[in-house]
Structure formats: structure tokens, C-alpha cells
Design a protein around this ligand. Structure first.
Ligand code: CO8
Length: 259
């Protein structure tokens, strides 16, 4: 992995911290930053040292203020059809690693959609979430129209998208958009605390649980239950399952081998 211009990468105790680093532009996601994010995720996928990925924004003002509007201004109709930001966020959602968005300041437009593509969202009380794309004459096209309604319900998603209103972290927690609130100077600790709970779990089981939830969510119930059954059958065949159950019986912590 090469050093990046707009993304700071650090791996600590199995957590890969990705810090979007354009604070002077409120961490707006230009093409170069999106490419670096894609590259980092691609690298992490093949790297067993990385157990989990935490995304945050540099500085105090913003997680990410959305797609870079200067670049957006020049884009033509057919350019909206390339995988682009939507394709990248799909890869993030489908990553075999657990992803956490640690949000302080603005998570707007494509920044909010990035957080929506992560598995777990943690925010400060005064974080600011919103999908203000309609102000620009476009729609939330990086999964926002779909993921927001699946996470907070269709009524709330319609309200947020059509009014472009911006909600704070407390409101986001109340409606289920974020799972945890943290004080500003405690956000990283909270993210690592949540991460440490995930990292104790069997890595194969993590992948299978993510797959069953994400793939099952939009399938009919019978198909979704079948996905769950098949995923469980795979889990039953792993060394991790032998070790996890054995460790419980021996009253010790499990040491999973990811096999
Ligand atoms: N793009 C480009 N530059 C930005 C962006 C952005 N999204 N956000 C902030 N900046 C820049 C500003 O232009 C400014 O630059 P400069 O100093 O050169 O003038 C600098 O960052 C600082 O910004 P402000 O002075 O505005 O800072 P404030 O703290 O006063 O305000 C806000 C911060 C509220 C975040 C404000 O900057 C803002 O409203 N930003 C735009 C938010 C927005 O509309 N986001 C949605 C963008 S569209 C999108 O994300 C679409 C995703 C789906 C695309 C799918 C494509 C197919």
C-alpha cells in the first residue's frame, strides 16, 4: 500500500483507521480520495492483520461533507451511470471486515452515505447528518435513497431527503441512524471499545453473519432463512466453531484461527 495524499492509514491492534484528510475542504470526497479509499479497502481485504476498519474525518469540523461539488459541477449525464461512489460504497458494505464510521462534525451527502454503508455508526452529540443533494438539483445517488430508508424507515428517509434537513447526533441516535454517542474527545476511544468487542469474535462467523444480514435483508423471508441456514452450515464446518465451543466448555477465552 502506497502512502496516500488524502487518506491517512494506521493499523493498530487489528483496527485499520482510515482518516479522510482534507479538513480545509471539510473532507469533501474528490475522485482522488475515493480512489484512495477504494485502494485501502482492496488492500485490507487481502490482509489478515486487519480485523476491522474504522473510518473518520480529520479535524473537528467534518467527517465528510459529501462529494466534491467542484468536480460534480462538470459531470455529464452518462457519468452518473458508472459504478463511482455507489459502487465503492457497495464494496465497503460487502467487505468481509467489520466497518465502523466514527462521526464528528458534518456527515453530509456522500459523507452521510459513506457512514450509512458502514456496519456500525458512532457519533458525537453535535455531529451533523444530512442528505442535502436536492439543494444541488441531484439526488442522494451513492446508496442514500435506499440505505437511509432501510436503516431509519421510509417516512424518516423521505422527510430527511425531501427537506434536506440536518439532524444532530442525538437525533440520529434516537431514530436509529447511529448506535452509540460519545463525547468529542472520547470518540476514538468509543470506536476502539466497540471494535474490541467485535475483534474477540470468530472471524469466519463475522463474515457469515454480515453476509446473512446484508444478503438476507432484501430477499423474501424464506430465501433469507435459507441463506442463514447455509451460512450456519459453513460455520459448523470451521475450526473456529470447534475452538469457540471448546473454549466455553473449558472456561477460557477462545483463540480463533480464521479457519
Ligand atoms: N465539495 C467541495 N468543496 C466543499 C464541500 C464539498 N462537498 N464542502 C465544503 N467545501 C469547501 C468549501 O467550498 C470551502 O472551500 P473554500 O475555502 O475554497 O471556499 C471549504 O470547504 C470550507 O467550507 P465552508 O466555508 O462552507 O465551511 P463551513 O464550516 O462554513 O460549512 C458545510 C461547512 C456546512 C459542510 C458547507 O461547506 C457545505 O454545505 N458543504 C456542502 C455540503 C453538501 O451539499 N454536500 C453534498 C454534496 S453532493 C453529494 O455528496 C452527492 C453524493 C452522490 C453523488 C453520486 C454521483 C453519481
Amino acid at each position: 500500500m502506497h502512502p496516500y495524499e488524502n487518506l491517512h492509514v494506521e493499523i493498530e491492534q487489528g483496527s485499520m483507521w482510515l482518516t479522510i484528510n482534507r479538513p480545509e475542504y471539510r473532507n469533501a470526497l474528490n475522485q482522488a480520495t475515493l480512489q484512495e479509499l477504494e485502494d485501502a479497502f482492496h488492500w485490507a481485504e487481502a490482509n489478515h492483520e486487519v480485523k476491522l476498519i474504522i473510518i473518520q474525518g480529520a479535524g473537528n469540523k467534518s467527517f465528510a461533507a459529501g462529494a466534491d461539488i467542484k468536480q460534480l459541477h462538470d459531470r455529464k449525464m452518462l457519468e452518473a451511470l458508472i459504478p463511482g461512489m455507489q459502487g465503492l460504497y457497495k464494496k465497503i458494505e460487502q467487505s468481509s471486515k467489520v466497518t465502523i464510521a466514527a462521526v464528528k462534525g458534518y456527515a453530509l451527502g456522500g459523507g452521510c452515505e459513506l457512514a450509512l454503508a458502514c456496519d456500525i455508526r458512532i457519533a458525537t452529540k453535535n455531529a451533523k447528518f444530512g442528505l442535502p443533494e436536492l439543494n444541488l438539483g441531484i439526488i442522494p445517488g451513492a446508496g442514500g435513497t435506499q440505505r437511509l430508508s432501510r436503516i431509519v424507515g421510509k417516512g424518516r428517509a423521505l422527510d430527511m431527503i425531501l427537506t434536506g434537513k440536518i439532524i444532530d447526533g442525538e437525533e440520529a441516535e434516537r431514530i436509529g441512524l447511529v448506535s452509540y454517542l460519545a463525547a468529542e474527545d472520547e470518540l476514538e476511544n468509543k470506536a476502539e471499545e466497540v471494535a474490541s468487542q467485535v475483534k474477540r469474535k470468530g472471524p469466519v462467523a463475522i463474515k457469515l453473519a454480515k453476509l446473512a444480514i446484508h444478503k438476507g435483508y432484501d430477499a423474501d423471508l424464506e430465501t433469507a432463512m435459507l441463506i442463514e441456514k447455509l451460512a450456519q452450515a459453513v460455520a459448523f464446518g470451521t475450526d473456529d466453531k470447534k475452538e469457540g465451543t471448546q473454549a466455553f466448555l473449558e472456561k477460557r477465552a477462545a483463540e480463533f484461527s480464521n479457519q
